[in-house]
Design a protein around this ligand. Structure first.
Ligand SMILES: Cc1cc2nc3c(=O)[nH]c(=O)nc-3n(C[C@H](O)[C@H](O)[C@H](O)COP(=O)(O)OP(=O)(O)OC[C@H]3O[C@@H](n4cnc5c(N)ncnc54)[C@H](O)[C@@H]3O)c2cc1C
Length: 329
């Protein structure tokens, strides 16, 4: 056993996924606390060529598990063989479908404990301490690994738990995982895939989100929100009511059964602030709500609550931002 922090680094189309950059930064920070090194396990198309570049993201070493697209769970035996002999202190996996699959398989193969999905992690006295949001975001629980827990403790980290490093760092040293019998999990195959609509911005990475709810009233009603998002270089999100109504794709839904987002600015337009929506956006740094009902629950936790008709306020806001930024209307 050692004090290293391992992380899963998924590659997508030749580049590290956002989750890989976040976990590399997280692993580097935790490794500084534990006195070990950040070690990435890379997989996906382009992983071999791009592995060294994870050094700039925080990794000291990277082990390439595979260089092709495929279900992450089929790499569980290779990951287990890589970490099994000299176990790191913790193993960070993204709370994505692939991350969850692989983490669960590792738990089973190596008999490891797991925490997650978590929203904050630190190492104290050689133990892993993690914060989880429970009871629909109304309670934050802090869990700590036991002194005699088998290593590594697997941690499923929500998107936004760590912030990617901005430059710096050199190249990581790269090796290839030793070949191992993939076992039954190696038989997993992707039989069908549905790529995300490229026109829909990735909400989890957006610094500014303009979200619309039932109060927007129709698909066409989202147009003023699109315009506001455009002038702020942001993305458009939605409540489930708006997605259920078919006004926007489900990819835009924020909340318990949608995306968990952490933008610098969230502007909720015609959204009441139900708990199931709140759990997806409550970690936004600044929350602005525009609602015509002064008693809407979102007013209780918004940093700025604007009471009024969104169709009057949003276009005025867009025009004012255009004017201040010198953008022609
Ligand atoms: C198991 C489960 C999971 C769920 N998961 C999610 C989830 O992931 N995400 C999610 O969002 N919801 C989720 N929900 C649904 C959630 O409970 C709410 O029903 C939903 O969030 C409400 O959406 P809304 O705020 O857009 O609509 P409403 O609650 O109907 O609110 C609309 C708001 O718009 C305001 N309004 C109307 N017209 C205007 C106007 N012209 N200008 C300004 N304001 C106006 C109204 O005053 C009102 O406050 C889930 C529910 C369940 C049971």
């Amino acid at each position: 056993m050692n004090n290293d922090i391992c992380f899963l680094a998924e590659f997508d189309g030749g580049s590290p996924a956002r989750s890989a950059l976040e976990l590399a930064a997280g692993a580097a920070g935790l490794a500084a606390e534990s006195g070990g090194a950040a070690v990435g396990l890379a997989y996906g198309a382009g992983a071999a060529a791009g592995a060294a570049s994870l050094g700039a993201a925080g990794a000291a070493r990277v082990v390439v598990l595979s260089d092709t697209d495929g279900p992450a769970i089929s790499l569980a035996a290779a990951a287990a063989a890589t970490i099994g002999d000299d176990a790191p202190l913790a193993f960070l996996a993204p709370a994505t479908p692939n991350g969850r699959d692989l983490a669960a398989a590792l738990m089973g193969l190596l008999g490891l404990p797991a925490l997650g999905p978590v929203r904050a992690v630190r190492i104290e006295g050689g133990r892993v301490r993690a914060e989880q949001s429970t009871l629909q975001g109304t309670v934050i629980t802090v869990s700590e690994s036991m002194a005699d827990a088998p290593q590594p403790v697997i941690i499923l980290a929500l998107s936004g738990t760590f912030t990617p490093l901005e430059g710096g760092g050199g190249a990581a040293s790269v090796s290839t995982a030793p070949s191992s019998d993939a076992g039954a999990l190696g038989a997993a195959r992707i039989v069908e895939s549905h790529p995300a609509d490229a026109a829909v911005a990735n909400l989890e990475e957006a610094a500014v989100i303009i979200a619309g709810g039932r109060g927007v009233g129709s698909a066409a009603g989202f147009e003023p929100l699109n315009e506001l998002a455009a002038v702020l270089d942001g993305a458009v999100g939605a409540s489930r009511a708006a997605a259920d109504a078919g006004w926007v794709p489900y990819q835009l839904q924020i909340g318990q059964t949608g995306k968990v987002v952490k933008p610098a600015l969230y502007v909720g337009c015609g959204i009441s602030g139900a708990i199931q929506h709140r759990v997806g956006m409550q970690t936004a740094e600044n929350v602005v709500a525009i609602n015509k009902d002064p008693d809407a629950p979102i007013g209780e936790f918004a940093d700025l609550f604007v009471v009024g008709d969104l169709f009057a306020i949003v276009p005025e806001l867009t025009a004012e931002i255009r004017r201040r930024k010198g953008i022609p209307s």
